[in-house]
Ligand binder design. Structure first.
Ligand code: HEC
Length: 111
């Protein structure tokens, strides 16, 4: 039976390595660079809601896209169309966009 355990361990390792954690895909607001959040002028509560919209809607048609996979310029091109596909009201759309842009700013500052 030991080989079964070894196989299961191997599969578990592959799964962990193969998947990015949610915190890497769309980091929670409380880990974001405070300077970037402050400079954005956006309320923390609005960013938290923006992340919620991201997690709730942006993985419905395809896997959730890691925000760090695209540059700020990429997102400016991609987001309007994708947000439209989510059929959010204007406030939620803005919260979602602000969240992505602040995360992008955070990633750019952290390198
Ligand atoms: C109704 C379905 C749907 C929803 C909801 C959706 N997408 Fe997409 N997404 C697509 C399709 C289809 C594509 C393939 C490219 C295309 O058709 O534009 C795509 C492509 C992408 C890409 C790759 C673009 C590229 O140029 O490589 C990104 C990034 C992306 N989506 C992010 C998001 C984000 C962020 C959200 C939430 C705001 C979202 N998507 C919501 C359907 C959706």
């Amino acid at each position: 039976m030991r080989w079964v355990a070894a196989l299961l361990m191997g599969m578990a390792t592959l799964t962990v390595v193969g998947c990015m954690s949610l915190a890497q895909i769309a980091p929670p607001v409380d880990v974001l660079d405070r300077g970037v959040v402050g400079d954005s002028g956006i309320e923390v509560g609005a960013l938290v809601r923006g992340r919620d919209h991201y997690l709730r809607h942006c993985g419905n048609c395809h896997a959730l896209e890691p925000i760090g996979d695209y540059s700020e310029a990429d997102w400016r091109g991609i987001l309007p169309g994708m947000i439209k596909r989510c059929r959010l009201d204007a406030v939620k759309a803005e919260e979602l966009r602000d969240y992505v842009m602040v995360v992008r700013g955070h990633l750019d500052r952290r390198g």
